[in-house]
Design a protein around this ligand. Structure first.
Ligand code: F6R
Length: 609
């Protein structure tokens, strides 16, 4: 999704902006641009394509001097990727420059209004209207003009605004699209993502919806939506800078796959104390837990797949109904949710717009909302009643890996915590699962040690054009994630099926040489998984199986290729099973020469509907 960086200080702005934008590249974009004030005018450089094109165009920033500026990476929504549609957008006189993330929903009316007043537009974007409108209202006081604009625009926006009449200040605005402020020494920053400014400062202010800030080299003044000055808390980001760098790996995705054992340790270890699950700052009382009639897990993409796995476990553990919904569906489906429902939203970024909207809908309906989130201080974390952080560290690759694993671990811990309070789990099983959870990281290391074996399998199968995943129960949920991982980074068409459903249609697609990834880790249904393998093989399929060490021998007799995980408690199998599927997707994409960390058309955090 689009990225924003802004800088005001003593140093040259353009190189800082380019560097900041390069750290946002992972979010996905199709064009980039910067605007820098110098000597009475705002100079803009922007270009379709990779950031390197822009950087070459302005000689790494040297070609546009100045110590205040804004930069943007655009992911096209309104108007095709092009130089003209790239940000920053400049008002018709060249006085105001704007970068915008989000969508201005009423831009068409505002554009017609301005055009009727003779204001010429050059781009097809919704964002240009903001620059033109600020200029339209500008009467010598930039903040006042911005205030008037905010009363007129509707939608979601994070804005960075620069005006050549007030060349010592930047204005930042946030509504439903993330924006943070960074405090440096005689320099200040704005950014849509903390990774953009981490090299310069760890002291940040999280802006809330409706807030506005004026940044100068000397300081930052924040305002509420009525433009009354407010004092904001400064938070310290404790991520290491190199956590957001590749550290010798060819891709962030490879690094993040390999980081999973460590990430799991951080997620799990502090939360198991003296044989009990310990959840920090957990704001639900035992009585509130007992009072719950239903859990609703709501998320998008891979986070939704975590919810799919969770449903199987939590229903069994809690003996309460657990529903799982895609956030984009939940928000419009009039869900049956009330004060006896706990809505669990899962999000790595904490900024996914649909998940955010679902959270608000759930609260409106009276439910309590618990969020499982990675990014500290993100919008979803701040608006939820209870937050459980995944502590996975920054996830840069578009395809999520360590966030998935840690979300799953947190969901399992939550289930165990509730089950203990509800008395729906035997102490022996509870202790057994906790014990096995503490072994997960080490077991995951064993799985990762087989990566060259999986690379070899990928080299055998990378040129297939269509791949099916099948499994039952949690293995079906796992197949959904394996299939998503594969298609998003390798562009191979792939589908995941509940194995029992095959005969109800899909089996007609199986022919000689079709690759089927058979996920068969769940012991209770292993015999059924085996039958499904035989079934597709008899139609000509090539079967690559994923199973546990204890089932390896029987599976090997029928499958063409094998991926193995150690045995563990059934509840924890998906945590191990996902790793070979991630590695398989990664190596297939590598063999196909794909842009693994920045797959086409995708963005890291989806802040538009
Ligand atoms: C897939 C992937 C996406 C995200 C989805 C939700 O690899 O990363 O499907 O899982 O966009 O994002 P978050 O978890 O940030 O809400």
């Amino acid at each position: 999704m689009c990225g924003i960086v802004g800088y005001v200080g003593r140093e040259q702005a353009a190189p800082i902006l380019l560097d900041g934008l390069s750290r946002l590249e992972y979010r996905g974009y199709d064009s980039a641009g910067v605007a820098v004030y110098h000597d009475g005018q705002v100079r803009v450089a922007k270009s379709k394509g990779r950031l390197q094109v822009l950087s070459d165009m302005i000689q790494g920033g040297r070609a546009i001097p100045g110590t205040i500026g804004i930069g943007h990476t655009r992911w096209a929504t309104h108007g095709a990727p092009s130089d003209t549609n790239s940000h920053p957008h400049v008002s018709h006189s060249g006085k105001i420059a704007v970068v915008h993330n989000g969508i201005i929903e009423n831009y068409a009316q505002l554009k017609s209004f301005l055009q009727a007043k003779g204001v010429p537009f050059v781009s097809e974007t919704d964002s240009e209207v903001v620059a033109q409108l600020v200029e339209y209202f500008y009467e010598g006081d930039l903040l006042a003009a911005v205030g008037r604009v905010l009363h007129r625009i509707e939608g979601a926006y994070a804005l960075g605004i620069l005006c050549c009449d007030q060349p010592d200040q930047l204005i930042a605005v946030r509504k439903d699209s993330p924006l943070i402020l960074g405090l440096g020494e005689e320099s200040n920053f704005l950014a849509s993502d903390v990774t953009a400014i981490l090299r310069h400062t760890r002291d940040v202010i999280y802006m809330e919806d409706g807030e506005v800030a004026v940044l100068t080299a000397q300081g930052i003044q924040c305002y509420n939506s009525l433009l009354q000055p407010i004092t904001k808390e400064v938070a310290r980001v404790d991520w290491e800078v190199d956590a957001a760098e590749k550290g010798g790996y060819e891709h962030f995705m490879a690094k993040e796959i390999m980081e999973q054992p460590e990430a799991l340790r951080r997620t799990i270890f502090p939360r198991i104390q003296d044989g009990e699950v310990y959840l920090e700052d957990f704001a639900l009382t035992d009585e509130e837990i007992r009072d719950l009639q239903k859990l609703y897990i709501v998320a998008c993409g891979s986070s939704y797949h975590v919810g799919m796995v969770g449903k199987y476990h939590l229903e069994r553990l809690l003996r309460k109904p657990v529903e799982v919904a895609l956030a984009s569906e939940f928000r419009y489906m009039e869900p049956i949710v009330d004060e006896h429902t706990l809505v669990v939203v899962i999000s790595q970024s904490g900024e996914t717009l649909d998940t955010m909207a679902a959270l608000r809908e759930a609260k409106r309906l009276g439910a309590k909302v618990l969020a499982i989130v990675n990014v500290v201080g993100s919008s979803i974390a701040r608006e939820s009643d209870v937050v459980l952080y995944t502590w996975a560290g920054p996830e840069i690759a578009v395809a999520t890996t360590k966030a998935y694993s840690t979300q799953l671990a947190v969901l399992n811990l939550l289930g165990l915590y509730f089950a203990r309070r509800l008395g729906t789990i035997e102490t022996e099983e509870y202790r057994d699962i906790l014990g096995q959870m503490l072994l997960l990281s080490a077991q995951m290391e064993e799985v990762l040690a087989q990566k060259s074996q999986i690379q070899y399998l990928a080299s055998r199968y990378f040129n297939h054009e269509s791949i099916f995943f099948m499994g039952r129960n949690v293995d079906y949920a796992l197949g959904l994630e394996g299939s998503l991982k594969l298609k998003e980074i390798s562009y191979i068409h792939s589908e995941a099926y509940a194995a029992g459903e095959l005969k109800h249609g899909t089996i007609s697609l199986i022919e000689d040489g079709t690759l089927v990834v058979a996920v068969g880790t769940y012991g209770a249904l292993f015999d059924k998984a085996l039958s499904n393998v035989v079934e597709v093989k008899s139609r000509g399929a090539d079967v690559l199986a994923l199973t546990t060490a204890s089932h390896a021998q029987r599976m090997e007799e029928v499958a063409n290729g094998m991926m193995l995980i150690p045995d563990t408690h059934p509840m924890l199998l998906p945590s191990l099973g996902v790793v070979p599927l991630q590695l398989f997707a990664y190596y297939v994409a590598l063999h196909r020469g794909c842009d693994i960390d920045k797959p086409r058309n995708l963005a890291k955090s989806v802040t538009v509907e």
